[in-house]
Design a protein around this ligand. Structure first.
Ligand SMILES: Cc1cc2nc3c(=O)[nH]c(=O)nc-3n(C[C@H](O)[C@H](O)[C@H](O)COP(=O)(O)OP(=O)(O)OC[C@H]3O[C@@H](n4cnc5c(N)ncnc54)[C@H](O)[C@@H]3O)c2cc1C
Ligand SMILES: NC(=O)c1ccc[n+]([C@@H]2O[C@H](COP(=O)([O-])OP(=O)(O)OC[C@H]3O[C@@H](n4cnc5c(N)ncnc54)[C@H](O)[C@@H]3O)[C@@H](O)[C@H]2O)c1
Length: 516
């Protein structure tokens, strides 16, 4: 079976076997002005760089730092691989994929007649379990070790500049010293509202929603963001009755408005009870073990489970931030090279969810690659390239973040929405196209419904953002990411000829519409 690890194990093994740079004592020497106390601690507890958190971000950052010839410790208090591998991206997509596959077939005349049953939910859950390796991290630990990184199991806390105290699983304590840098890659956790009764009501967060062992009869979902719509899609597709309680007027508020509209329409068509402008004021479990929600509009709603998909908070509450002058529980704002802006001395970095730039695995990995390289360059005294899109800055975080929402229809977007571009003061024009009018889309699904928008930066003749909504559009997102990140002039995009008849021919239709 393919490695389910979010990191490409084979690539790492190849890299190691090909003799990628390994730590050599002396490459990054302690110069005496490195701020470490003289003696009093074991050499093996002195590292060039300490990485807190072995999620996708920490793994990538540590690998880059090590590739730069530095000695790295990675501290992890739960599973190597982090939220993404075990409680987020992988299990959620493993639940969604069978639902999407069935939806696809049900929209193709001649094929749909072959689908007469319902999903085998036990098989779906077992497949999900295999994608999270039964919540065991042996594969990722092996990757880490093969990559030459030292794993330190336990809860890490800062204890002043460049010092980390690790509470180890055996109840002991290990003190680590960093010669050069500490990189906080501790991610984020589900944020729950402060509601009466919530603490004792055994509500679901994204962890329970992606890890459930059975299909709830009736699931209530609070929230209208990405987790809410994806989990409503998954569990509705697997047979749950689903009620969504959305306090806003629509879902997916940060995307182009038509994305949320099409997704909400489709959720309603599958039988999801969508209630907009609705909030929960109290939660309790009743004697029958049902969860009872008191609603702001009056009345109550009883369900078997309730998922609070109400956003994220940084995993910084118990990180010793107060020992370096920061406030526990805060996001860690960084500059474009990853340095925490509020801490002097150039030693504290933060990457991934915890810096709040873009809460997505691929952006965390990207930051890991960029910031890891920066750390190594700074240690070796090599010049940085700080120009926008230079090797030492995470420019894409600001201008070209791709995201796919795996609902039916899918939403694939990159860069700025029309609204965001306007707020940034760009002179832009929106170009819209009905995806159902593209031959490849019509072939893909009978009655195909979808829409595309390109946001054109009129002053520069390039794309500021692109959004596709429709079945099967997920894989289009990278073409759009290339166009936006590379700032391909529209005049040149005409020469990127989409193959006929694919959904990608929407690119041609968007250009024709823009030209008029
Ligand atoms: C349900 C859901 C689905 C998602 N789906 C997608 C998706 O499809 N695509 C996508 O791009 N993104 C998705 N995301 C977002 C993605 O999961 C995060 O952006 C990603 O996990 C962030 O990676 P990270 O390494 O920054 O943090 P994390 O993955 O949270 O890793 C942080 C690690 O640090 C460890 N840690 C924390 N504190 C300490 C400490 N003090 N000491 C030691 N270790 C510590 C944690 O145990 C963890 O292993 C999803 C999120 C959710 C909730
Ligand atoms: N496919 C993907 O890329 C994917 C999938 C899932 C999650 N993610 C990432 O994970 C992050 C977290 O997702 P999320 O959906 O939890 O957060 P979110 O910020 O996207 O959405 C939170 C939702 O909860 C609502 N909300 C917040 N507080 C509330 C309250 N007290 N009562 C009622 N509603 C409340 C908000 O209005 C919003 O609709 C996102 O930033 C997203 O990028 C990505």
């Amino acid at each position: 079976m393919e490695p389910v690890s979010e990191v490409d194990v084979r690539r790492a093994e190849k890299m190691v076997s090909e003799g990628a740079p390994v730590f050599r004592e002396g490459v990054a020497p302690s110069t005496g002005d490195d701020g470490l106390p003289d003696g009093g601690f074991a050499d093996h507890d002195v590292y060039d760089v300490i990485v807190l958190g072995a999620g996708p971000t920490g793994e990538n950052l540590a690998e880059r730092v090590h590739a730069g010839g530095l000695r790295v410790a990675v501290v992890e208090h739960e599973l190597v691989g982090g939220e993404c591998s075990y409680w987020a991206c992988m299990p959620s997509k493993a639940l969604l994929r069978p639902v999407a596959a069935l939806n696809d077939v049900r929209h193709v005349g001649g094929a749909k007649q072959a689908v007469t049953g319902v999903p085998d939910t036990a098989a779906v859950l077992a497949r999900r379990d295999s994608f999270v390796s039964g919540w065991k991290d042996d594969g990722q630990v092996a990757w880490l070790e093969n990559a030459g990184l030292d794993l330190v199991r336990g809860h890490g806390r800062l204890d002043g500049p460049r010092r980390v105290v690790v509470r180890t699983p055996d109840g002991g304590e290990r003190v680590l010293h960093a010669r050069h840098a500490v990189a906080v890659c501790t991610g984020s956790q589900a944020a729950l509202p402060d509601l009466p009764g919530l603490a004792g009501a055994r509500v679901w967060t994204s962890r329970e929603a992606t890890g459930a062992k059975s299909v709830p009869g009736h699931l209530a979902v609070v929230g209208g963001g990405v987790v809410a719509v994806e989990m409503a899609t998954a569990w509705r597709g697997l047979g749950s009755a689903v009620t969504m309680l959305v306090r806003d007027r629509g879902v997916l508020a940060n995307m182009e408005p038509f994305a949320g509209e099409l997704v909400a329409e489709s959720l309603a068509a599958t039988g999801v009870d969508l209630r907009f402008g609705e909030s929960v004021t109290e939660v309790r479990r009743d004697a029958d073990d049902r969860v009872v929600l008191t609603l702001a509009s009056g009345g109550t709603l009883a369900a078997d489970e309730v998922l609070f998909a109400t956003g994220r908070r940084p995993a910084t509450a118990d990180l010793g931030l107060e020992t370096v002058g920061l406030k526990p529980g805060d996001w860690l704002a960084v500059d474009d090279t990853g340095l925490v802006t509020a801490v002097d001395g150039g030693w504290l970095y933060a990457a991934g969810d915890v810096n709040h730039r873009a809460l997505l695995t691929h952006q965390g990995k990207y930051q890991g690659r960029v910031f890891g390289g920066v750390i190594a360059d700074r240690v070796h005294g090599r010049p940085l390239d700080l120009r926008p899109w230079g090797r030492s800055v995470a420019t894409a975080d600001l201008a070209a973040v791709p995201q796919v929402v795996f609902t039916d229809p899918e939403v694939a977007a990159v860069g700025l929405t029309l609204d965001e571009a306007g707020r940034r003061g760009l002179r832009v024009r929106a170009v819209d196209y009905d995806l159902g009018d593209v031959s490849g889309a019509a072939l893909y699904a009978d009655g195909y419904r979808g829409r595309a928008r390109a946001v054109v930066d009129e002053d520069r003749g390039v794309l500021a953002g692109v959004t596709f909504v429709g079945p099967g559009v997920a894989e289009l997102v990278h073409s759009a990411a290339v166009a936006v990140a590379a700032e391909v002039p529209l005049s040149r995009l005409w020469h990127a000829v989409p193959a006929y008849p694919t959904i990608g021919e929407v690119w041609l239709r968007l250009l024709e519409t823009y030209r008029g």
